[in-house]
Structures are given as structure tokens and as C-alpha cells.
Design a protein around this ligand. Structure first.
Ligand SMILES: C[S@@+](CC[C@H](N)C(=O)[O-])C[C@H]1O[C@@H](n2cnc3c(N)ncnc32)[C@H](O)[C@@H]1O
Length: 261
């Protein structure tokens, strides 16, 4: 398992980590959504490289997501209780574990089988397995009934691209939500697209850092995910890395729409 290997053997950054041969790991359903016609090259298409990461090295992504904690303001703003919650693209559970105790029932939908396995394990460990159903599924065909959920949420997932949600994905999230319920996109990547579809926006202030487990892990994971920042991270020698240094928007924001009641 990569997590126990020394950093020197971890290999190249995400842009050069996988090759076209690795695409064989995708199921036919996944290939249909993620691969452009005629193939695909993870070295030219970073989105494809992330999909391979989820399937080939899911623990590596989990370590990154664990370090990139959501702003407490976002977690506090989401409903404290709900009858039914649906989460799309749950991954290894960064948000799922936070919400698992808030819903009478929760469905966590995730296409990547290795993430579903990690998530089930974490939920069992947290004593939440009984409340959360982990289901295979994709944005464009959510395996939930219409109008059933009080909260339909996605974190660091939805984009305007069809393979990663798009118009059909947003429409499906809204279909799953009951009248008067809330659709929330945590850490949204395209505000203009969501604003044009009636979504409001909230951002919680304050300094934010990526909190790695140790200075060594900060360097190790930066070499893969933030190679441009490695020198500074190494020089600082701290496990806490300000988002400004990485040049990315911190996970402090949410786009949301309250469905007409
Ligand atoms: C950046 S990860 C975010 C995972 C998790 N929500 C988190 O906050 O760490 C993106 C997730 O979206 C999932 N995903 C990608 N395409 C999807 C689709 N078409 N439908 C549903 N989920 C998708 C991936 O499998 C992955 O778990």
C-alpha cells in the first residue's frame, strides 16, 4: 500500500502518475462518462488522472482530503437535523462522516468502488453504518426517489462538465430534493454556472490551512498534488500549509438553492 512506502518511492506528480494503460481500471459505465470519444490520456487530461487516482490509489486521495478539512462555518451552516439526506460523489467520506449523525436516513452515492469500500469501513468504525446506505451511482442517474430528501449535497464534485454532473447532474440533485428542501454544493468550482441557475453563495472567513499529519507528509503529498509549492513547504517545515501558498480557493464556501415549497 502506497501509504506505508517511503516518500522517495511515491513516484511522479499527478500529471505524470498514470498512463493510458491504467484506463482499463474504469468500468464500462465509468468509461462512457469519463472518456472522450476515441480514448483519453491521463497525462493530457488532469480530470482523468484524478479519476484514476480514486480507483488505483484511493488511500492517497483520502489522506489529501483528510488534510483539506472543510471550514467549520460550512459544517455549522448545513442543517443540524434532517429526515433524509442524499450526498452525491461522497468519496471516502470527508463530508459524509460529518453529516451521518444528522439524518434519520442518509444515502451516500459514489461511483468509485474503492471509495465505497473505504466509506463503509469508516462508517462502521464510527457506529454510523446503520444510518447511511452507501450506493453506487452517478450524477446523471441518482438511485433515489424523487422529492425524498430534505438535503441533497455534493462536496468538491459537481462541475459543468457532463461526466462530472453538468446540467443533468444538477437537475437530478433538484429532482431528489423535496419541495422546501435544500440543494447544497460545498466547495463549488464554478460559481457563475450555479448563479445562472438560481444558486446563492456563502463564504466563511478566516485564515485556512491544509493540515497534514506531519511536515514529512506535507512534503510527500505536495510532491504529488502541489509540486509548484514543494520548495516553500519544505523550507517552512510545518505540517500546516496556508491555502494562499498552494494558490487554491480554500474549502470555505457553499452554493445553495432552497427548492420552492
Ligand atoms: C474530489 S472527489 C470528492 C470526494 C468527496 N466528496 C470529498 O469531499 O472528498 C470527487 C468525487 O466525485 C466522484 N464522481 C466523479 N464523477 C462523478 C459522477 N459523474 N457522479 C457522481 N460522482 C462522481 C468521484 O468518484 C469522487 O469520489
Amino acid at each position: 500500500m502506497l501509504t506505508s512506502e517511503p516518500a522517495a518511492r511515491l513516484g511522479p506528480d499527478l500529471r505524470r502518475r498514470y498512463t493510458a494503460a491504467d484506463l482499463a481500471v474504469l468500468t464500462p459505465d465509468e468509461a462512457r462518462r469519463f472518456l472522450p470519444e476515441g480514448g483519453g490520456d491521463p497525462r493530457a487530461d488532469i480530470t482523468l488522472a484524478w479519476e484514476l487516482l480514486y480507483r488505483l490509489e484511493p488511500d492517497l486521495y483520502d489522506r489529501l482530503a483528510t488534510a483539506e478539512r472543510l471550514h467549520p462555518g460550512v459544517l455549522g451552516w448545513l442543517p443540524a437535523t434532517a429526515d433524509r439526506i442524499v450526498e452525491v460523489g461522497a468519496g471516502p467520506g470527508r463530508l459524509t462522516l460529518e453529516l451521518a449523525g444528522r439524518g434519520r436516513e442518509m444515502v451516500a452515492i459514489e461511483p468509485a468502488a474503492p471509495f465505497r469500500q473505504i466509506l463503509r469501513r469508516k462508517l462502521a468504525r464510527a457506529g454510523r453504518a446503520g444510518r447511511v446506505r452507501v450506493a453506487r451511482g452517478f450524477f446523471d442517474d441518482l438511485p433515489v426517489p424523487s422529492g425524498a430528501a430534505d438535503l441533497v449535497v455534493a462536496c468538491s464534485v459537481l462541475t459543468p462538465a457532463a461526466g462530472h454532473g453538468g446540467e443533468a447532474g444538477l437537475a437530478e440533485m433538484e429532482r431528489a430534493c423535496r419541495p422546501g428542501g435544500l440543494v447544497a454544493i460545498v466547495w463549488p468550482n464554478n460559481l457563475g454556472w450555479l448563479a445562472a441557475r438560481g444558486y446563492e453563495y456563502l463564504s466563511f472567513p478566516g485564515p485556512m490551512t491544509v493540515d497534514f499529519a506531519s511536515p514529512a507528509e506535507a512534503v510527500e503529498l505536495a510532491e504529488i498534488f502541489y509540486p509548484h509549492a514543494v520548495r516553500q513547504i519544505r523550507r517552512r517545515g510545518s505540517p500546516r500549509v496556508p491555502y494562499e501558498l498552494l494558490g487554491i480557493n480554500p474549502p470555505r464556501d457553499v452554493a445553495f438553492r432552497k427548492m420552492a415549497g
